[in-house]
Design a protein around this ligand. Structure first.
Ligand SMILES: [Zn+2]
Length: 520
């Protein structure tokens, strides 16, 4: 009996040993050959709480997803491809520190500068960098005084995973110099030239896998991919889900506000250190993913503000066009509604708002309108004031409003109006472009006195060049004026449902050649 049972037992043991040896061989072989490094990507994130009335986004949800991915892909780096400190309603108060708090809680590894990082000037950005528990990488953003990357940013970082080295360098739009406020001491070097230099420095350090973390336009990203030997570009700026290949390198961009999390797996040869293949997927960040509990303290800190901003004040049954490039060149339905609300709140004959002070820079609705929407349209807390002026002065103010319409792409002075209708021809010389002008249905009388509602910025301070209005008689002392956002909110609340239209208050007679409406 014993001999009979011992025989098959021994056989089974041998079989098990063979199986174990084969299994462990294949288990050893795989990591021996390939190292997987996972890049998690977000870009252009201006709010840490979920957006789209809670349906999408939210960095606390991203952290939950990150945790799950890290469980089976331990070599994970979490990357932000720029734009987070501005613009947002929260940043009016916190100047981006609320986002740094959120990134710190999320375990972000590296960020590069977007153009909006400099919106509050270089000193505020330096302060935000000091608060960051992650590293900023910026190869082409140089402090002229030191010749080194701005603040305590590094041109690149090198990370080693299971014996393979991965280098990450950062690039930012050169136009940041003029579209934001980096100050005189910050220069932006050519992305392509910088990328070439970074790649050769990284190669010299034995790094074979190179990641460019960028905030550039897609055409510039493609150029970088062609001119430098990068393996992958993690980019941003367009707010559009984009995927492209150039010069053999894939380029990935998510939309904005963490509505998606990009997962890019680099399968790197342990022998050569080079990328053998790349797997990628776009993970939607939705209410199906629960928020990581580590964000609780953040919600405690900012909860009251978030709650206030999410209050619904009314609805719009139409799309509200608050795009900057549109409101600075033509009549918009938002411009009409704002100017109407100023006029109604003060009982003035005419309402005027400079297009440059209408923000948000997006189409809002149709749907519920929150306090956040109102403040994103009018973020500056300007007081609405009432002036008395002659028809001649009103005409010259409106002439000023269209005096740069042929010359500049987006003149902030462009007037959004209520109570007046006018036609202008931008081929005519500045100062005599208006060819038709009526006030409340009657031709303007140059000698007659009219009342005008506008902001203190335009009406008292002469902002956007409206210095001529200093000649008008001020009927509301500045401090008695209501805040523009309060006026707008009240006008929405009274109507409950708004549906403003573009109704031909402003007609442009020459054909405008400029079509660049989608710059961010
Ligand atoms: Zn940007």
């Amino acid at each position: 009996m014993r001999a009979n049972t011992a025989q098959p037992r021994r056989l089974a043991l041998i079989l098990v040993l063979i199986l174990i040896s084969q299994f462990s061989l294949s288990a050893q072989q795989k990591p021996d050959c390939t190292v997987r490094v996972t890049l998690l990507q977000v870009n252009d994130v201006y709010q840490f709480a979920p957006v789209d009335l809670g349906a999408r986004g939210g960095i606390a949800r991203v952290l939950t997803l990150k945790q799950e991915i890290e469980n089976h892909s331990p070599n994970t780096l979490f990357l932000l491809a720029g734009d987070t400190i501005s613009p947002s309603v929260e940043s009016i108060t916190y100047k981006g520190s609320q986002m740094i708090d959120a990134w710190n809680a999320s375990g972000l590894d590296y960020a590069t500068f977007g153009n909006h990082e400099f919106d509050f000037g270089p000193d505020v950005l330096r302060q935000r960098m000091k608060e960051s528990r992650f590293k900023w990488v910026a190869a082409n953003v140089i402090d002229k005084k030191t010749g080194k990357p701005f603040g305590d940013a590094q041109a690149y970082v090198v990370r080693e995973f299971d014996g393979v080295k991965v280098g990450i360098f950062g690039l930012t739009l050169e136009e940041t110099k003029t579209t934001s406020r980096p100050g005189a001491d910050v220069e932006f070097l050519n992305p392509c030239e910088t990328a070439k230099k970074m790649v050769s420095e990284l190669h010299a350090r034995g790094v074979k896998t190179v990641v460019a973390l960028t905030h550039l336009s897609m055409s510039e990203d493609k150029e970088v991919a062609r001119c430098a030997d990068v393996d992958v570009i993690i980019g941003g700026h367009e707010h559009t889900l984009l995927e492209s290949v150039s010069g053999g390198a894939p380029i990935f961009k998510m939309t904005a506000d963490a509505r998606e999390l990009g997962q890019i797996d680099l399968n790197i040869s342990r022998d050569t250190g080079a990328v053998e293949s790349i797997d990628s997927k776009v993970i939607p960040v939705t209410s199906k993913t629960k928020e990581d509990a580590r964000f609780k303290s953040l919600y405690r800190k900012y909860g009251a503000l978030l709650k206030e901003l999410s209050q619904v004040v009314g609805r719009s049954s139409v799309e509200l066009d608050a795009r900057s490039a549109v409101g600075r060149k033509q009549e918009t339905n938002v411009g009409n509604f704002v100017a109407d609300s100023f006029r109604a709140a003060t009982g003035a004959d005419v309402g005027l708002m400079n297009g440059g002070s209408i923000r948000a820079d997006e189409i809002i609705g149709p749907g519920p309108l929150t306090k956040r929407d109102v403040l994103s349209i009018l973020p500056f807390k300007n007081r609405v004031v009432k002036l008395e002026l002659t028809g001649a002065l009103l005409r010259s103010a409106l002439e000023h409003g269209v005096a740069r319409s042929a010359e500049d792409k987006e003149p902030g002075r462009f007037p959004q109006v209520s109570g007046v209708r006018f036609a202008f021809d931008a081929r005519r010389p500045p100062g005599s472009r208006i060819v038709e002008l009526t006030v409340n249905g009657k031709p303007l009388d140059e000698k007659k006195k009219y009342t005008l509602a506008t902001t203190e910025y335009v009406g008292i301070d002469g902002g956007d060049g409206y210095a001529m209005l200093k000649e008008a008689r001020l009927l509301t002392p500045r401090e008695q004026g209501q805040f523009d956002s309060d006026v707008l909110q009240a006008a929405i609340a009274v109507k409950k449902v708004i549906a403003p239209k573009v109704e031909g208050r402003i007609k442009r007679l020459d054909k405008d050649q400029r079509q660049n409406l989608d710059c961010r």
